[in-house]
Design a binder for this molecule. Sequence first.
Ligand SMILES: Cc1cc2nc3c(=O)[nH]c(=O)nc-3n(C[C@H](O)[C@H](O)[C@H](O)COP(=O)(O)OP(=O)(O)OC[C@H]3O[C@@H](n4cnc5c(N)ncnc54)[C@H](O)[C@@H]3O)c2cc1C
Length: 419
Amino acid sequence: MTGESADVVVVGGGPAGLFCAAQLPAGLDVLVLERMPGPGAKLLLSGSGQANLTHEGTVGAFLEHYGAKDHGRFLRHAFAALPNDALCRWFTDHGVPIEVREDGKVFPVSRRSQDVLDAVLDACSAHRVRVRTGVRVQSVERAKDGLLVGTGAGAVEGLSVVIATGGASYPQTGSSGDGFRLAAELGHTVVEPRPALTPIEPDPYPFADLAGVTVPGASLTLEREERRVAFEQGDLLFTHRGLSGPVVLHLSRSVLPHDRLRVSFLNPLRADEVDARVVALCAEHGAARLPAVLSPLGLPDRLVRRLLELAALPPDLIGARVTREARRALVAALTALPLEVSRVGGFGVAMATAGGVALGEVDPRTMGSRLVPGLFFAGEVLDIDGDSGGYNLQAAFSTGALAAAGVARYLGSVPSGRS
Ligand SMILES: Cc1cc2nc3c(=O)[nH]c(=O)nc-3n(C[C@H](O)[C@H](O)[C@H](O)COP(=O)(O)OP(=O)(O)OC[C@H]3O[C@@H](n4cnc5c(N)ncnc54)[C@H](O)[C@@H]3O)c2cc1C
């Protein structure tokens, strides 16, 4: 590889890097370097192998889904360059029809992430992009006519370089944080990376044997030093070690060890409304045992039995014998069950990385570095993390597309086929 050159070297063959490469003008000599044996390992895992590509909604609504307001605002040019509907059209035009699920999540009709990856790789092939796998980039340095990309197998000179190495979560997919070091060595500030969209582990955790059970539309209130600091609602999933599902993943951005969660399994009903409901059910089914009395609430039977246990109520108690005190304990368990947070999941289980290349040093109109001419960024290596629901892949594709436009403009009149 020593002595090799390309017009554009893209570091990282994930959705951001590959989409960027595919969007670059066809005449340019583009080389993608990917450290793993195959490209797009994380994309293949996404959405449980179904690839939740994006979400429905306006660009304005999208900007609310990236944590701090200025992070969403940073993406407005990227989403203008490639909004969700244009992304869906792109895939449909490239042989991957798209459908919107009832909850607003957008998937390929085939529900196969492999189809998504293949479409992007085919578009790369059509533009004669060279995708080289098994090559780990170790350094990027300024050179006389551009940038020098160092790998174990020698160096490649690029007029322009796009760092699209992803974050640091699920390191077995290849994204283990290399891009943060590469950017820092070029003088960029890197906001401390931390796991995002991650399960929460309470201690004690009384639901391990309910692993796999989902409670639709639950709510979580996050408390710190007796003060409410965040609130989320959505589907809650019990796992062997802790809580997961969209409501937990969204909240995880705000959670610290020793925080307290209050879980309502009957959101959006208020405690007084649940109390009234329980009074009515006990009156109606006075001779029945509590699990049967409460079954019209629609919660899984095993969860009801566990909540009765936590409220110190015997499961053979009949409706007619439920005292006011017992009812109070039951309603508290149903609508405000306290759980102490022991830890949030680490990079090994997080679906995204918060932190990354500081946005102030990247031009949001081009994804170009404000510090190093010819250097661009795309995807999760940036200090951007979206909510679950398709927001991260959309950001990867949109920043990839915008970086391609930025690189094309930067290269301007550079002749093609330099190598
Ligand atoms: C289990 C899981 C499920 C997910 N599901 C969804 C979902 O359904 N919808 C959604 O929107 N988001 C989802 N995400 C998040 C989404 O997959 C990522 O945000 C997205 O893949 C980021 O794209 P990227 O191209 O920036 O980075 P990545 O996909 O991480 O790709 C970066 C690439 O760079 C390569 N690389 C890294 N360092 C080097 C180096 N030094 N040299 C060469 N190559 C290098 C890596 O091997 C990797 O292939 C999920 C994440 C996980 C972990």
